[in-house]
Design a protein around this ligand. Structure first.
Ligand code: NVA
Length: 313
């Protein structure tokens, strides 16, 4: 079993900007090693329990954590909405302190990043962000594991995200800039990345020497290796009165065969769930260019790398 001394200060996994390039590369390498040699890691969580809080629906995150924890010899407990909304039935701080009495890790999918911060502040055990309104770091880590499997030198990759500036694109652009990956975000007016995330990303891109392009112009996508997209309406943002307006506004930003040809891209990624014929065509999603199920599987290996790093350093 190999872990890496560069991950020594790793206590929580809350947001993408908390890890530097060396640490991220170590986590990616660890994820690939666990994927290749799962039995070497099957006792890392022996006797340990993970409390998984879900304020929002989930397929991949729930299943990949549950099955992944099982593969590490640990026990996962799903806590859904039956315990009431975080901070309403009980304060976030009390949730964190109570779970710290029984569990060894908290995994949380929440509406607000403040809830993740509150859990991390008050828990005496590590907290992993399994998606909030601002970040989805487990997804971006899995995405760069997936890209590493096709592109051994990530600094040579040109990655474009087309669609809504959201938690997934925030995490992706921060991690891309940290790793030195050229990143283009193409989003409709009014749906760009939020200013503070752009600020963080610009600083990281300057330090790593990568390019960052932010545009509303789909015709300015340029040459890309990989195009990534996500839903146009995220969980928690659903407003049935705005749906028709959003669909019309985003229609030119659909990721389809023509866009792939225009960008000369050879891979398409999607964090799923996909809204077929909205942000991506069924044909492209089901095509040879699509690595979405490899991406989904890598959620488990990436998260297991995070768990292994938390318990072996
Ligand atoms: N941006 C999406 C990601 C789902 C995995 C959402 O937050 O709903």
């Amino acid at each position: 079993m190999s872990t890496n001394t560069t991950l020594q200060q790793f206590n929580n996994f809350l947001a993408d900007d908390q890890l530097n390039k060396t640490e991220l590369l170590a986590l990616i390498e660890l994820a690939i090693n666990i994927k290749k040699n799962p039995t070497d890691y099957n006792q890392v969580l022996a006797g340990k329990s993970v409390a998984m809080i879900f304020e929002k629906p989930s397929l991949r995150t729930h299943v990949s954590f549950d099955m992944g924890i099982n593969k590490l010899g640990g026990h996962a407990l799903y806590l859904g909405q039956q315990n009431g909304k975080l901070g309403e039935r009980e304060r976030v701080s009390d949730y964190a302190k109570n779970l710290s009495c029984f569990a060894d890790v908290i995994v949380a999918r929440v509406f607000s990043h403040e809830s993740i911060q509150g859990l991390a502040e008050h828990a005496s055990i590590p907290v992993i962000n399994a998606l909030c309104d601002v970040y989805h770091p487990c997804q971006s880590l899995a995405d760069f594991v997936t890209l590493s499997e096709s592109y051994p030198d990530l600094s040579q990759v040109k990655l474009a995200y087309v669609g809504d500036g959201n938690n997934v694109s925030n995490s992706l652009m921060i991690m891309a800039a940290t790793l030195g990956v050229d990143f283009t975000l193409v989003s409709p007016q009014g749906h760009e990345a939020q200013a503070d995330i752009v600020g963080i990303t610009k600083k990281l891109a300057k330090a790593s020497g990568s390019k960052l392009i932010l545009t509303n112009d789909i015709d300015a996508i340029g040459k890309q290796d990989v195009i990534y997209t996500d839903t146009w309406i995220s969980m928690g943002d659903e407003d049935s009165t705005k749906k028709a307006e959003i669909l019309a506004k985003f229609a030119p930003y659909q990721v389809n065969h023509d866009l792939m040809v225009k960008a000369q891209a050879s891979m398409v990624l999607h964090c799923q769930p996909a809204h077929l014929e909205e942000e991506i065509t069924t044909e492209l999603f089901d095509s040879e260019l699509s690595k979405v199920f490899q991406q989904a599987e890598n959620r488990m290996w990436a998260q297991n790398a995070v768990l292994v790093a938390l318990f072996t350093n």
